[in-house]
Design a protein around this ligand. Sequence first.
Ligand code: NAD
Ligand code: UD1
Length: 332
Amino acid sequence: MRILVTGGTGYIGSHTCVQLLERGDDVVIVDNLCNSEASVVESLREITGRAPTFYPVDIRDRDALEAVFAKHEPEAVIHFAGLKAVGESVAKPLEYYENNLSGTLVLLGVMRAHDCRKIVFSSSATVYGTPASVPIREDFPTGGTTNPYGTTKLFLERILIDLQKADHRWSVALLRYFNPIGAHESGKIGDNPTGTPNNLMPYITRVAKGVLPMLSVYGDDYPTPDGTGVRDYIHVEDLAAGHLAVLPKLDEPGVHIYNLGTGVGYSVLDIVHAFERSTGVKVPYRVVPRRPGDIAECWSDPSRAETELGWKAVRTLEEMCRSSWNFEKSKA
Ligand code: NAD
Ligand code: UD1
């Protein structure tokens, strides 16, 4: 298949490109490199033995995107490109709405002009807001997002649903990711945030490496078994496989919504202990007050994806920890 991957040099995009290249697809990446490095393209070639075509293009640049479509005429788009830092989105809402909404609107306009009506969109469990109960099913209400980043995901889901309603030829997959962690087994690609990480696993690996002194555990007074927040951590390679699994579904026009998670919740301290067990490296931590906007627990019911797509997360928490650490150690 000829597939355009926006944000393909980023964390989840690069792992998905590995699997697309390995199965023989023609992969075209557009990424403006605002949160990734061009060197990822070379890593993809080293891992798979095949090079994707790469354009350092901002998806808001209609002319540049138009030229990419004219040259490659993709059959489907996997759309990862977007800004994703929750805290930054609170401080810079206009930048987040502008990048994520305008970028996607430009992309959809160019797709339509080229008769390409198949799109896989990176959504997030954040669209469920504070769920009434766990595990979360796809038919749970969405809304109640607590930050502009989450609201861009909610709005974009809505825009895509409206678009499909107006033109039934579109096939839209909304993939709601839970908490991706881990890295490719080669150690050549992984989650590599610039500056101090906001998310748990990259913070842990930097503490383990000695780059940061100590993990702050945000609250141990949640109504959870050990008092710390519970999430559904999924290996990024399993998450990437979910994108390949949904592609055949795009032959059926409609809106296809799937949770991509494991269905198992782990607490912050579970993760710290699993990391220590599987790597042999200590992670010093202290408990600090809750982080504003955090919820107590969030995990998925992933059974729809298993029933309809035959996809299931298979990698263990130990593999997630070990591969994250392997990537951190491999970095210069
Ligand atoms: P990432 O930042 O590593 O990758 C996103 C890529 O998009 C980056 O390489 C960045 O340079 C690029 N990009 C951003 N704006 C762009 C633009 N205007 N034009 C072209 N390229 C642009 O993030 P990720 O973790 O790989 O996330 C991928 C997608 O999945 C994002 O949409 C994110 O919101 C979503 N998501 C991520 C998580 C997570 O925990 N990582 C959870 C839920 C949803
Ligand atoms: C966050 C975002 C979510 C986004 C996802 C991926 C919020 C409220 N949600 O999810 O919208 O899709 O990142 O970017 O920000 N923790 C610590 N110490 C740390 C870091 C995290 O204790 O230094 C705890 C958190 O309180 C939480 C768990 O670890 O209980 C996971 O946090 P994180 O990795 O940031 O993911 P989420 O908050 O679930």
